[in-house]
Design a protein around this ligand. Structure first.
Ligand code: ADP
Ligand code: ZN
Length: 531
């Protein structure tokens, strides 16, 4: 068996050796086993079903149907396979009637080795009829379900059409299946297994580590200036992606980078299809283009020499962050994943969750995922250890992330946190309503502003008890409290601060609050540091 697959690897794809778990996956699937493959982006998932498809076609077992969510992805893969001499095709809306007819005829004769199609296409009566015909003659070799996390609403890219895919197993129980994804935490993984009925499938979980990617997360001060410094200082003239949350911001950031002489292009779903395509082509073909994009950009884009991925706004969760940063350094050379984050990001993300039309259970899960990302951003220890732990993998400090390379000064913010929480509490008691972060900090620092006087908050017992703390420090305390859920920012009520169930332990001093010391704390006013 290994001989057959190794020779396909060499002769068709021109590679000398299998990587990681590829060989065992391929052998398992060639022999008709079901598989669930979890492998990081760039790990080499495609070969895991392409080689079995070729081997099974050569053995007279017929067609492999590849379910893939994106037309662009299908085009690239089919193009590459045809170039390698593999009989591959895609069935989608870009084919005209005659081409569809022709393809269907070839399919009926099982002449195609790999057929790519979108999930909604695979489950149409017309396509099912075609597959029925093939199955009846034993010519349906394999189902490959790419981007399998799309089946889960806990994943970051839920596509309802994926739910229909259970039908494949029910209708063709004898046909083996391989499902693949680059992102799945425990919850998503369990969901994939359940939704696609893969209970019996063997799971192949590769290490998710991308050792060549250096992770760094910076506090947002002047994000544009920080981004420019990062690009010019470390990646001048190199290809990269800058992710932003909104289309408007993509436009602004792209323009501002262009103004600074960076070869930047915008990409988002609001741009004309032709423009988007042109920008994507330039990014792939030219050297040193910086794509400023929303998350609409990236899936299925295989550019090996992306040297950095920057997040100017915080993503929704760790899976999204990992998937996006995973687009850097696919060639194995050193690459950077850099993110700037601030309190406003937290507030925005929370608001998006709160305002979404989803059910409460779903919102709870989303909040939990956001918290995990916040905790990563606030972490003072190895980022990689935390990232990998999130995906269920134990590891040792990596030596290749910002926290490992320049261990942050840590100060004990427990006392500051208690002062902040008790001020929030007293203000609420005093006025019967909540207030925002700025006002709370004014009270703490003993600033008798107009608003403080208007509400007579200078009479509150905590007025001025945090006078020794800088605003930067207080913001850091606040972020950490929000990140750990010890305080809530109520987006529906003007971002007022509210105590939570988690506040009590901090108030009582039971939960120590360890904070990153910000570089901008003036010397002489630095609080006690530990470490
Ligand atoms: P994924 O889908 O997991 O992101 P791909 O299948 O696109 O990854 O593979 C990533 C890159 O690695 C591709 O350029 C692919 O050709 C290459 N690759 C995959 N397997 C091997 C291998 N065994 N040897 C060398 N290169 C490989
Ligand atoms: Zn590290």
């Amino acid at each position: 068996m290994s001989e057959v697959t190794s020779s396909i690897l060499r002769e068709t794809f021109g590679y000398a050796q299998f990587r990681g778990a590829q060989q065992s996956i391929v052998d398992h699937v060639v022999e008709g086993g079901d598989a669930l493959v979890l492998m990081p982006t760039g790990g080499g998932k495609s070969l895991c079903y392409q080689i079995p498809a070729i081997a099974r076609q050569n053995a007279g077992q017929g067609v492999t149907v590849v379910v893939s969510p994106l037309i662009a992805l299908m085009h690239d893969q089919v193009g590459a396979l045809l170039e390698a001499g593999v009989d591959a095709a895609y069935l989608n809306s870009t084919l005209d009637w005659a081409a569809t007819q022709d393809l269907e005829r070839r399919l009926a004769r099982a002449e195609v080795t790999l057929l790519y199609a979108a999930p909604e296409r695979v489950t149409t009566p017309r396509f099912l009829e075609l597959m029925d015909g093939l199955a009846a003659r034993g010519k349906l070799a394999l189902f490959a379900i790419d981007e399998a996390h799309c089946v889960s609403q806990w994943g970051h890219d839920f596509r309802p059409e994926y739910r229909q895919l259970t039908l494949l197993h029910e209708r063709y129980p004898g046909v083996p299946r391989i499902a693949l994804t680059a992102t799945a935490d425990a919850l998503t993984r369990a969901d994939i297994v359940e939704r696609l009925q893969l209970e019996e499938a063997r799971q192949f979980v590769s290490s998710f580590d991308r050792p060549n990617i250096r992770y760094a997360i910076a506090e947002k001060k002047d994000p544009m200036a920080q981004l420019l410094r990062f690009i010019e200082g470390e990646h001048a003239g190199e290809a990269g992606v800058v992710y932003c949350q909104s289309r408007k911001r993509v436009e602004e950031v792209a323009a501002s980078l262009q103004g600074a002489g960076v070869n930047a292009l915008p990409y988002h779903a609001g741009l004309d299809v032709a423009v988007r395509q042109k920008h994507q082509d330039r990014f792939l073909r030219e050297d040193g283009i910086v794509m400023v994009a929303t998350i609409a950009f990236g899936m299925g884009i295989d550019k090996p020499d992306v040297r950095f991925v920057a997040h100017l706004d915080m993503p929704k969760n760790i899976e999204g962050y990992y998937q996006e940063t995973g687009r850097a350094g696919r060639d194995g050379e050193a690459a950077d994943a850099w993110m700037a984050y601030g309190l406003q990001d937290v507030v925005n993300q929370r608001r998006m969750i709160d305002e979404s039309p989803a059910g409460e259970e779903f919102k709870q899960v989303m909040r939990g995922k956001l918290d995990a990302l916040l905790a990563l951003a606030e972490a003072t220890d190895c980022r990689r250890v935390r990232l990998l732990r999130y995906f269920g993998e134990a590891s040792a400090p990596c030596g290749n992330c910002d926290n490992c390379l320049t261990p942050p000064q840590v100060w004990d913010g427990t006392d500051a946190a208690r002062k902040l929480l008790s001020t929030v509490y007293r203000v609420q008691q005093h006025s019967g309503i909540g207030f925002g972060a700025g006002h709370i900090m004014d009270i703490l620092r003993g600033k008798a502003t107009e608003k403080v006087k208007q509400f007579q908050h200078e009479q509150i017992s905590t007025f001025g008890i945090g006078a020794e703390l800088s605003e930067v420090q207080l913001r850091s305390v606040l972020r950490q409290l929000v990140a750990t859920g010890a305080i809530a920012v109520n987006a529906e009520k003007f971002n007022t601060l509210q105590l939570t169930d988690g506040s009590r332990a901090v108030l009582k001093g039971e939960t120590p609050v360890r904070l990153r010391e910000s570089a901008s704390v003036p010397p002489g006013r630095r609080p006690r540091t530990s470490k």
